[in-house]
Write a protein that binds this ligand. Sequence first.
Ligand SMILES: Cc1cc2nc3c(=O)[nH]c(=O)nc-3n(C[C@H](O)[C@H](O)[C@H](O)COP(=O)(O)OP(=O)(O)OC[C@H]3O[C@@H](n4cnc5c(N)ncnc54)[C@H](O)[C@@H]3O)c2cc1C
Length: 470
Amino acid sequence: MPVEPIAPSLRVGRGRPDPVALIRDLTPEEALAAEVKPALSHLDALAEAYRCLECGTAEVPAPCQRACPADVDVAAFIGLIARERPARAARVILASNPLGGSCARVCPTELLCEGSCVLHTAHDRPVDIGRLQRYAMDAAFSEPASFIVSLPPKNGRSVAVIGGGPAGLSAAAFLVMSGFSVTLYDEHDDIGGLVRYAIAPYRLWSEPLPNERAWLEGLGVRFRLGHAVRDAREFTRIAAEYDAIVLAVGLGDDVEIHYPGDNLPGVHSSLPFIEAVKGGVPPAIGQHAVVIGGGNTAIDVAREAWRLGAGDVTLLYRRTEAEMPAYPDEVLQARREGIRFQFLAEPVAFTGTSRVTGVMVRPMRLGAPDASGRRRPEPVSEAEPFEIPADTVVRATGQQPRRAFLTEVAGLEMLGTRILVDPMNGATSRPRVFAAGDAVNGGDTVVEAVHLARVATHGVEEALLGSAVR
Ligand SMILES: Cc1cc2nc3c(=O)[nH]c(=O)nc-3n(C[C@H](O)[C@H](O)[C@H](O)COP(=O)(O)OP(=O)(O)OC[C@H]3O[C@@H](n4cnc5c(N)ncnc54)[C@H](O)[C@@H]3O)c2cc1C
């Protein structure tokens, strides 16, 4: 079964620089840091802002705003950029999305705001909303005094937020802006959760998280970093100390699918691999890299391995491209850069003695649909397994839920692998405990975590103040 060749037509798009050459001309560090959505200059930002039709009304928001899970008033902030008021634009963004700086870099805008831009109907390219949002946030962060948010008087109630990823950070910001005293616990020494440790460095390495942290501290959020809430006893102690808890613990480690040979040096799981890359100590990559999985994480890992200098990178997926959970645009970008795809192929073993040297793969075909509605892959019985050479293998087949800690908490009901919440207010089955983010939706995007944090904040307001401050 041949590995899909790199389509020549995709190697150099008409009128675009060759992404393969661009990446290959750089050192690994430069290639990893080269942003896929770089900052706009002042003049480019103004020109782009003028393209916005500022459509929508107070009654019927613009399509871009309706497509934004955080409900950012896009037309309003872009109008302020056009009028050269970026700090005020940042205030508009932050009122709906406390992680406006991070989201500007990592949101799948093609599917959300930009995918809904009315300019599409005129067969024009959409307004570059993500980069305009970044422009406003960067401008504001360079002058922190310019966008101080006025806070209401303290309401006398306190909330503990467990988890300092997008959901926890957003919940902390929304709660402080509603008058609560907030303490946020995270096991890491730095904030950001997966944004800090997992999102691809060419989207976001660490900036603007330090600025977002400084902004949150300025609002009065107290951070207890390097503090893991380890068990139900500690949870109960925290529950007694605060009026409410927001659980924003995300998901757990990689799903471990075991194959013979998976303890060989050179075989990695996706999250530790990416964390090492973002930590500046990437694993030795060798000549041939193989990534197992069909989601966005697998695509990210493949593009990172390519930037680290692998001679070739092959992504193995046991279904076809049509069933891949990865965003089509991400698949296209990976292909343009030179990643090869081997569909209908399932690993059965890793070969090698002192280090991995190959992946034994068996050919698959699609059978009847499974519970997910996708056609189930089945081995082709008459086909022989074959070997793909590999010096590095990364398994990227998803994250597990954080069962260990959650299942110990008395009265906290789970829905399969997720924390069960009331979708109207984020309330869990345990009184005064709310939840948001990946732990609730099973893993989605940063901006969805922001949205669920807002829902949980309304729940806390209803429970502790009697009505939600909207
Ligand atoms: C490889 C990868 C790439 C991604 N790329 C993108 C992207 O480009 N764009 C996008 O929008 N989304 C992306 N996502 C998804 C996005 O990162 C998540 O949806 C988002 O981070 C979820 O936020 P969260 O706060 O719910 O969880 P997390 O980000 O996981 O944060 C949870 C935090 O809680 C902490 N914690 C957990 N338990 C405890 C405890 N008991 N005590 C103390 N602290 C605890 C964790 O250490 C962590 O810091 C990606 C995800 C992955 C895995």
